[in-house]
Ligand binder design. Structure first.
Ligand code: ADP
Ligand code: ADP
Length: 227
């Protein structure tokens, strides 16, 4: 069953002479629970693709269907709700809010949605993430690996169907890289959560079910490693 269908997706930034075609007619679909790695040179359109999959931006043309919902037919409010419920986003530089504690950073998407935090679920999650004794710390009191685990917690709090990660280990040493990937793969396998990761790290690409390569805005490779 496919959770994600991308149809003829094109993104052009700017207009006229300075226009940049960042994505050029990209189509593919992703099965529920699949772990997909996206590789490609810098500037090839990987982040643009990830943002369009996550409802963060709008395409110039083409469609993104998540669970058969055409997400760019939604209005801004509906799209924001879709993002918070269905998509977990993780970035290279964590994007935590510096003045909020670990607990506040993690629970923010739930509170924004007007939901009460399920304390049992929250406790279990921070335990798995190894953050139980860091809940009242501020982001700048944590290591890079810990900050990335906070951002994973924030992405997971609404139990999204799809986890999108843009170079999640790009700022981490190899030990922390392994820890972060083990966590992401654990949620992928245990909860059948679809996982899409942009990376330059070949070791990570080898762990995926499937590798998609993007060059110059076009899909140049789509290789299933294990199914
Ligand atoms: P990658 O993630 O593979 O490095 P990006 O998706 O970030 O590639 O960028 C693809 C192309 O689109 C690049 O040429 C980049 O300069 C351009 N681009 C990305 N974001 C914007 C933007 N907000 N405005 C204008 N051009 C952009
Ligand atoms: P805005 O209303 O400005 O579009 P959001 O309400 O989408 O912002 O998100 C507010 C904060 O919560 C941001 O810091 C954003 O990075 C974070 N956030 C929202 N949804 C998610 C998610 N699914 N995964 C990770 N972080 C999220």
């Amino acid at each position: 069953m496919s959770i994600l269908q991308i149809e003829n997706l094109t993104k052009i930034y700017g207009k006229g002479e300075t226009a940049v075609k960042a994505l050029d007619n990209v189509s593919f679909s992703v099965k529920k629970g699949e772990f997909v790695v996206i590789i490609g040179p810098s500037g090839s359109g990987k982040s643009t693709l990830l943002h369009l999959l996550g409802g963060v931006d709008r395409p110039t043309s083409g469609k993104v269907l998540v669970d058969n919902t055409d997400i760019y037919q939604l209005n801004e409010t509906e799209l924001a709700i879709f993002r918070r419920r269905q998509i977990g986003l993780i970035y290279q530089f964590y994007n935590l809010i510096p003045i909020l504690t670990v607990e506040e950073n993690i629970t923010l998407p739930m509170l924004l949605d007007g939901h009460k935090v399920d304390q049992k679920q929250f406790n279990e999650m921070v335990d798995i993430l190894g953050l139980k004794h860091r809940l009242t710390h501020l982001p700048n009191q944590l290591s890079g690996g810990q900050q990335q685990r906070v951002s994973i917690g924030r992405a997971l709090i609404n139990t999204p169907a799809i986890m999108l990660a843009d170079e999640p280990t790009g700022n981490l040493d190899s030990k922390n890289t392994d820890e972060i990937m083990e966590l992401l793969k654990m949620f992928n396998k245990t909860y059948n959560q679809t996982l899409i990761v942009i990376t330059h790290d070949e070791r990570i690409a080898l762990q995926a079910d499937r590798v998609i390569a993007i060059e110059d805005g076009k899909m140049t490779k789509d290789e299933v490693i294990r199914s």
